[in-house]
Design a protein around this ligand. Structure first.
Ligand code: HAM
Length: 430
């Protein structure tokens, strides 16, 4: 190594492509959204499940579907040091099913209602709102095929968005039928598609998964598909009744929706009720959440033949949608309630004890460091969004007092220099 290479400044590194960092203050919004969604899920009886971020690759191949883009093109798959093929989870439902089967949760009271949140990984082409590490809050209600449960899950998603102040979204809804009507419909759709002058790739898609062709965005293909048969017109009596109960219950719950019979989801496991929440302020990546019922999934990954329904709400896109709507979540700017402003070394030491005692009593507190003067230290209080500043100079220290300054109305009271007196004043002024 030459001398110059020893002293050369390393070039700064960037984060992985297509992966967002959440730094303050947006990180506070992110946490508020995630926690509020989880809180709403708990209010509806869902319990938290914490799952691994990577799983055996076979789980997703079987659970999500090999014909999907997610499995065929977007998985982060690698061999670990023991030469096992593992995959960073691209979604949450398959992992929840694996765990429910493994821990026999499906042998107890049904439905099993579980909630999860965290990062998921998809090697997609990054663009605004489309990330390679995305965050979701999800719920799964497993083991009972009851349309009232579908309505509960959908209404819960609607409530999650509204609870953080989002309004500019719409719920799109359809039914993808069941094992009695879907195969017949699939044949009918293929019959229609094979008569069209489709290009090689689209024809191939029509052979593997004809429903996916309905999602083609090219105008010339869309035109050809205008008269394509739709699943909603070919539902079995049972699927139709199920869907009608779902829509009727949503009407009763006053959850607005539009029927979109051409909805195509990116995962293969859906049956019957399927839905998506769309926000128009986000450009191309407008899906802020989605979900549906999955009849065959559990059996497909080696469990009992039980049905389930769930959703995944995109936390990243919800944060972007809040920004697009100009909604600021209350209180997210506040780092701490109380900020200590100490002038001089002795006051600094005393303040660090006071701040520690406040924290021990459950009051969030911070203080100025680095021997700042009054003006600089007050700036810290401002930055922290504190409600109160505690001002301690030599004079106060000598008198055994501390000034409690209410930063909202600028009033100031001197109280004895102990944590009880400070807390008393804060409670009085809060
Ligand atoms: P999904 O529709 O693939 O469903 O994803 C759910 C939500 O995650 C999307 O609506 C979107 O908001 C967000 N999302 C997906 N991909 C990205 C991305 N690349 N960047 C940012 N956000 C993204 C599922 O994952 C299913 N597991 C949901 C489910 C649960 N269905 C039944 N149970």
């Amino acid at each position: 190594m030459t001398d110059s290479s020893k002293t050369a400044k390393p070039t700064p590194l960037s984060g992985p492509k297509g992966v967002p960092d959440y730094v303050p203050p947006v990180s506070a919004t992110f946490i508020r959204v995630r926690d509020e969604f989880a809180r709403q899920a708990h209010l509806a009886g869902y319990q938290h499940i914490e799952l691994p971020v990577f799983e055996d690759t076979a789980l997703f191949a079987r659970g999500v579907g090999e014909s999907t883009d997610i499995v065929s093109k977007e998985m982060y798959t690698f061999a670990d040091r023991g030469d096992r093929s593992v995959t960073l989870r691209p979604e949450g439902t398959a992992g929840v099913m694996r765990s429910v089967i493994e821990h026999n949760l499906d042998r107890g009271y049904l439905p099993v209602k579980l909630n999860y949140y965290g990062p998921f990984f998809r090697y997609e082409r990054p663009q605004a709102g489309r990330y390679r590490q995305l965050q979701q809050v999800g719920v799964e209600a497993i083991g009972i095929d009851d349309p009232l449960l579908d309505a509960e899950v959908i209404a819960l998603a609607d409530r999650c968005y509204r609870s953080v102040g989002l309004t500019g979204f719409r719920l799109e809804l359809t039914s993808l039928g069941d094992s009695t009507c879907r195969p017949q419909y699939r044949e009918k759709l293929q019959e229609f598609l094979f008569k069209l002058p489709l290009d090689e790739e689209t024809r191939h898609r029509a052979e593997i998964n004809p429903l996916r062709v309905l999602d083609d965005k090219r105008p010339e293909v869309r035109e050809m598909l205008a008269d394509a048969p739709l699943m909603l017109d070919h539902l079995s009596a049972e699927s139709r009744e199920h869907f009608e109960t779902v829509t009727g219950t949503l009407d009763d719950l006053k959850v607005p929706y539009v029927i979109n019979p051409r909805m195509v989801r990116g995962l293969d496991y859906y049956t019957k009720t399927t839905f998506e929440f769309v926000h128009d302020g986000l450009g191309a990546q407008s899906g802020i959440g989605g979900g549906g019922r999955y009849d065959g999934l559990m059996a497909q990954i080696g469990g009992q033949d039980l049905s389930g329904i769930g959703f995944g709400l995109g936390v990243d896109r919800t944060v972007l949608a809040l920004e697009a709507e100009g909604v600021a979540l209350e209180g997210v700017d506040r780092r701490v309630e109380v900020f200590g402003v100490a002038i001089g070394e002795a006051a600094g030491k005393r303040m660090s004890l006071l701040v520690d005692a406040l924290r021990a009593s459950g009051i969030s507190a911070d203080m100025s460091y680095g021997g700042r003067g009054l003006k600089g230290a007050m700036k810290g209080a401002d930055r922290a969004g504190a409600k109160f500043a505690l001002v301690l100079g030599e004079r106060e220290l000598e008198a055994g007092q501390v000034a409690v300054k209410n930063l909202a109305d600028h009033s100031q009271v001197e109280v004895p220099l102990n944590v009880e007196a400070v807390i008393g004043e804060i409670r009085r002024g809060a």
